[in-house]
Design a protein around this ligand. Structure first.
Ligand code: NDP
Length: 407
């Protein structure tokens, strides 16, 4: 837990922005919001850089429309393809992991960190070290190395603006001047597509069923994380890094309608919440305009049509990922990075058809147990240690995947 600079409010809105992961779900929503804002005459914004992993075609189309100064793909073999795809445009190009970091380091007031997974850690850290506003969607980087990222932001004088809808909701109603008056954070969860499924039904779930989220349209990895509820576990760890509240006072509550995006309870019993339709353009707009507000094309809530708001406790038996995340943050050190990397490998294997849905949490638990027996989980002070923990967990998880795939 560190200061997140929330009290440092810069004068005026952002002028130059960069989107890391611009071809993904959050990246596209960010550009869609900008398009809307340009149309309304609301935004005086230049786009500095846009990045992707391999999707050259989508990145080139974005370059044609939004005229960034720099575009980069993480896959080093696609540099020529990218150059060819943007031929004739006044834009520099780059390829490879270093090019993504270069994009993150370029002069920008506001950087959207929307790469998926631990791959976002290096570039997000570069943006954090530069100063300015880091709009953070990439929760995995806080899970892997939260203290390192938040310390970098504090040192550079920048500000972390949470994009994840739950953390953005809390950010909007959290009293950073009086954090000692907060008694609880309540992270709401939709419960995902398998909220009402039995364990037997979940055992047979296909990737297509797992990514079919009932309320939100998101990338494949976070959609599977929502189905296992690991997403909420990762968010618990993320929240403990963003807000000065110990994880023991952060609760998870299933709220299937996804209208209340999270809540803050104060010592006098008052509970403040942020509500909205499930559309990422609302939290993105709040970070883009912060500390001001800007119009967004998101549908507005129609309270008369919402017949009920319901709540239930999460089922830790059917969704062990929540317990695993709580155990990882309690152990500290390299355990959250280990949990995250094992989960990433297991989710990729599930999406690839190599393992079953319930194997995701089982593999993650197996890796976490192996590492907690081997290592001193207290140690994680440098980026290199976080990367080493991530690599070790990936190797162990790949072995577990191979064993289960062969069974
Ligand atoms: P997507 O999978 O839709 O997009 C991921 C983006 O990252 C794409 O631009 C992709 O490029 C790029 N990318 C993937 N791998 C790499 C890599 N190794 N190096 C560099 N870039 C890479 O993800 P989402 O937009 O759904 O999620 C992004 C992040 O935001 C995740 O951390 C997620 O947990 C978080 N988040 C997402 C929400 C949502 O509504 N989607 C809500 C809240 C948080 P390419 O297109 O070429 O593959």
């Amino acid at each position: 837990m560190t200061e997140n600079g929330a009290s440092k409010r810069p004068a005026g809105g952002p002028r130059k922005i960069t989107i890391l992961g611009s071809t993904g779900s959050v990246g596209v929503s960010t550009l869609d919001l900008l398009d809307f804002a340009f149309g309304q005459g609301e935004a005086q914004i230049e786009i500095e850089a846009l990045t992707a992993n391999r999707n050259v075609e989508a990145l080139a189309a974005q370059a044609r429309k939004f005229k960034p100064k720099f575009v980069a793909v993480a896959d080093a073999t696609l540099g020529d393809d990218l150059r060819a795809a943007v031929a004739g445009l006044d834009v520099e190009t780059g390829a490879g992991a270093m090019a993504i970091e270069e994009a993150a380091e370029r002069d920008a007031d506001w950087v959207m960190a929307a790469i998926v997974g631990a791959a976002g850690l290096g570039p997000t850290l570069k943006a954090a070290q530069r100063g300015g506003a880091v709009a953070l969607a990439n929760k995995e980087c806080l899970v892997c190395a939260g203290d390192i990222v938040t310390a970098a932001i504090a040192k550079s004088g920048g500000v972390l603006l949470p994009v994840d809808s739950e953390h953005n909701a809390i950010f909007q109603v959290f009293d950073f001047e009086r954090p000692n008056r907060v008694s609880r954070l309540i992270l709401t969860a939709s419960g995902g597509p398998f909220r009402t499924w039995s364990a037997d039904e979940m055992a047979k779930a296909s990737p297509a069923q797992a990514v079919a989220h009932p309320n939100w349209s998101m990338g494949a990895k976070i959609s599977v994380d929502s189905a296992t509820m690991m997403n909420k576990g990762l968010e618990l760890i993320e929240a403990a890094h963003i807000f000065p509240i110990p994880h023991e006072r952060i609760e998870i509550l299933v709220h299937p309608q996804s209208v209340i995006h999270s809540m803050v309870e104060y010592v006098d019993g008052s509970v403040l919440a942020q509500l909205g339709t499930p559309d990422m353009r609302t939290p993105i707009a709040s970070t883009l305009a912060w500390p001001d507000r800007m119009p967004s094309p998101s549908a507005k809530l129609d309270f008369a049509k919402i017949s009920k708001l319901t709540f239930e406790a999460p089922d830790l038996e059917r969704f062990p990922a929540i317990r695993l995340a709580r155990e990882a943050i309690t152990a500290g050190g390299i355990m959250p990075a280990t949990l995250n990397a094992a989960n990433e490998v297991a989710v990729a294997a599930f999406l690839n058809g190599d393992v079953k849905f319930l194997d995701i949490a089982a593999i993650t638990e197996q890796v976490v147990e192996q590492v907690s027996r081997q290592e001193n989980p207290a140690a994680l002070e440098t980026l290199e240690e976080a990367i080493a923990a991530d690599s070790q967990a990936r190797r162990l998880a790949e072995v577990c995947v191979a064993v289960r795939a062969a069974a």
